[in-house]
Design a protein around this ligand. Structure first.
Ligand code: IMP
Length: 424
């Protein structure tokens, strides 16, 4: 079976970019299926450090074709800038990047509305990345979105944009007291984008279907994390797409029966950017230490990430939702030097104890973690080349995680570089 899906098992930022980059040489195609430029997938090789927001993390492997599927929302400005940056590093993009003609576009009014709504929500703000993701998906489902294919028909595009802006400007001005967006400038910008994007656009579903028929292997790269899924995450503090495994089928047009491997990426502790419940969050020196040692600052927005202990209640929940076949544990090195490691095993909610993840936030906000404490480990893990050479307490920590979640570990990341990875 030819499709492997890589999924963030927590609230995003688990290190998916590195794992996708590592698995890419084993496949023919790497495809993004949801989200947009809210993602920040970091890849480090030699002394180079690169953050990809839209282009799939297989782009640095010459033999790999990259696909941006229909489920992604594309910010043309961000995409063109990213193509330019990747090309500047000496990598060929044209001919290797295919963009779905059915993907929806993020328009300037989506970004303006995203920011205005967050301002309006004030204390209840979601803490979005401000990239226009939510408003673009709203238009997709309201059937008023602009798709890549719409760029081909200039007159039709002008009409659609004028209609959209009539409504959006009315909302921006009268509800949010923002400035109106100029339709002519926007049309000019998108017509220019049409000319530049043209060589990349195709029916990616047909391409992927043919690839499967020819026995090619596809790596589907999830963005964000399962706990940010619009249905299964901590609603409303979620993103507006499906980072879970099901999103791969609807976001690429590949059948569920073509998937044979679902890799859950688990950061060795937990982080979250933006607002919303986070039962194991640490607001003490340990939290500061994790943030400092793990460089826990958003790859897209630069915001400091909230940090906390590993939460196996949440992980068992996302393992159940996604059917992880194996786990890649990342950032193990960040825990080195901590005296002891806590792992959340259950929640106390009022006078009850539960091992079930409540995904309604009113309940989750009252959840107090019940921890099991494991010994910490010391030492620099970066030069270690075999699992057996890890400190005993680090191996025990990994075995503990795998046993509790009930899924084997296939990869362990001990640093940001490609070489700093142990394959089990
Ligand atoms: P949006 O996706 O920009 O609408 O933001 C919704 C929520 O998802 C916010 O809490 C963001 O911080 C979070 N989020 C979006 N993309 C990412 C990501 O790539 N990593 C981590 N959190 C993200």
């Amino acid at each position: 079976m030819p499709v492997t899906v890589v999924i963030g098992s927590q609230w995003g930022d688990e290190g998916k970019g590195k794992i996708v980059d590592l698995l890419a040489p084993e496949v023919d195609i790497v495809a993004r299926y949801q989200g947009g430029a809210n993602a920040g997938h970091t890849i480090v090789w030699d002394d180079q450090h690169f953050v990809l927001h839209l282009i799939p993390s297989g782009i640095f492997h010459e033999g790999v074709t990259c696909v941006i599927g229909n489920g992604v929302v594309i910010d043309p400005v961000a995409l063109m800038e990213e193509i330019r940056q990747v090309e500047a590093l000496g990598f060929q993009v044209e001919g290797r990047l295919l963009i779905s003609h059915n993907a929806h576009l993020i328009m300037p009014y989506h970004k303006a509305l995203d920011k205005a709504r967050e301002r309006w929500r004030d204390a209840e703000a979601i803490g979005t990345t401000g990239r226009g993701i939510g408003p673009a998906y709203v238009d997709k489902f309201a059937r008023t979105g602009i798709r890549v294919v719409d760029l081909l028909d200039r007159d039709g595009l002008r009409e659609k944009l004028c209609t959209a802006l009539d409504e959006k400007n009315a909302i921006l001005q009268s509800v949010y007291h923002d400035e109106a967006i100029d339709v002519e400038a926007m049309i000019e910008e998108y017509v220019d984008f049409d000319q530049r994007i043209d060589p990349f656009v195709t029916d990616t579903t047909a391409f992927l279907g043919q690839a499967l028929a020819n026995g090619k292997r596809i790596l589907a790269e999830g963005a964000q994390g399962a706990l940010l899924d619009v249905d299964f995450g901590t609603y409303p503090y979620v993103t507006s797409s499906h980072p879970t495994a099901g999103g791969c089928c609807t976001g690429l047009g590949v059948p569920p029966t073509s998937i044979d491997r679902i890799v859950g990426i688990v950061k060795a502790y937990t982080t979250r950017v933006g607002n919303g419940p986070f039962p194991t969050e640490l607001q003490d020196d340990d939290g500061e230490l994790l943030r400092a040692q793990g460089h826990e600052f958003g790859a897209t927005t630069g915001r400091p990430r909230r940090c906390g202990w590993l939460d196996t209640v949440a992980l068992r929940y996302t393992a159940r939702l996604n059917g992880f076949t194996d786990l890649a544990v990342t950032k193990l090195d960040v825990l080195a030097g901590m005296y002891e490691l806590k792992v959340c095993m259950a929640y106390r909610i009022g006078d009850k104890t539960t091992e079930r993840f409540p995904n309604d936030i009113a309940t989750l906000e009252r959840a107090e973690p019940i921890y099991e404490t494991l010994p910490g480990f010391d030492g620099d893990l970066s030069g270690i080349e075999a699992v057996e050479d890890l400190p005993g307490d680090a191996r025990d920590y990994l075995k503990f995680i795998s046993d509790v979640i009930g899924v084997p570990i296939s990869m362990i990341s001990t640093g940001p570089r490609r070489e700093e990875t142990l394959v089990v």
